[in-house]
Design a binder for this molecule. Structure first.
Ligand code: B4P
Length: 187
């Protein structure tokens, strides 16, 4: 079983690459961002709560996000593996994920961190605002806050997996296919 975490700043291309990996390697895609956006669309209890944080570019609280992962892992115990896209985003989330995977004896195989310069991230997210109409991409202040939150709360997760010798970093600039090739070499 391969359990891979795709890691990077907002707009680094996690979702874009995760979709390609899932297709090529038949892994299960777990994107907390997609799940939360779908909950917002359905106006579920989770969605109403998550929207308050996402529209400001803040992280959704751990207690709301952690329940999602438990359900998904328990429902797919015999899968070939998972691609975790946008999760874990805090060290607390990483600790819970490790414990859950330990229970089924299928630990994280690798974290792949996609490195992209801040100027390029902002450019991509502004383009995405036009293409996909995502409210958290629309204002420069919100994008900047998401990058700040990433640096403060999410970046320590890379150090957490580096300590476990599971971190690999790749350059995330170039064409989508170039980056996919870099990831494929690692996988
Ligand atoms: P996410 O849905 O995870 O999205 P993201 O970080 O903004 O973007 P991603 O890196 O996936 O970029 P993409 O491939 O789309 O998070 C959204 C929000 O949800 C968070 O801010 C947070 O509030 C909340 N949330 C999610 N998970 C959470 C958790 N675990 N805990 C708490 N809160 C959580 O690429 C971006 C754009 O670039 C696209 O338009 C794409 O087409 C383009 N692009 C990609 N690769 C490119 C390339 N090589 N060249 C040019 N453009 C490229």
């Amino acid at each position: 079983m391969k359990n891979i975490i795709l890691f990077g700043a907002p707009g680094a291309g996690k979702g874009t690459q995760a979709r390609k990996i899932v297709e090529a390697y038949s892994l299960i895609h777990f994107s907390t961002g997609d799940i939360l956006r779908s909950a917002i669309e359905k106006k579920s209890k989770l969605g109403v709560e998550a929207q308050k944080f996402m529209k400001k570019g803040e992280l959704v609280p751990d207690n709301l996000v952690i329940g999602l992962i438990e359900d998904k892992i328990c429902a797919n115990k015999n899968a070939k593996g998972f691609i975790f896209d946008g999760f874990p985003r805090t060290v607390e989330q990483a600790i819970v994920l490790d414990k859950l995977l330990e229970r089924i004896e299928k630990p994280i195989s690798k974290m792949i961190r996609i490195l992209v310069e801040e100027e390029e991230l902002i450019k991509r997210l502004k383009n995405r605002a036009i293409e996909q109409d995502r409210p958290d991409d629309k204002k420069t202040e919100i994008i900047e806050n998401r990058i700040k939150v990433y640096l403060e709360k999410t970046l320590p997760v890379a150090a957490y997996y580096k300590n476990q010798n599971k971190l690999t970093e790749i350059k995330g600039e170039g064409t989508i296919n170039d980056i996919f090739e870099r990831i494929s070499k690692i996988l």
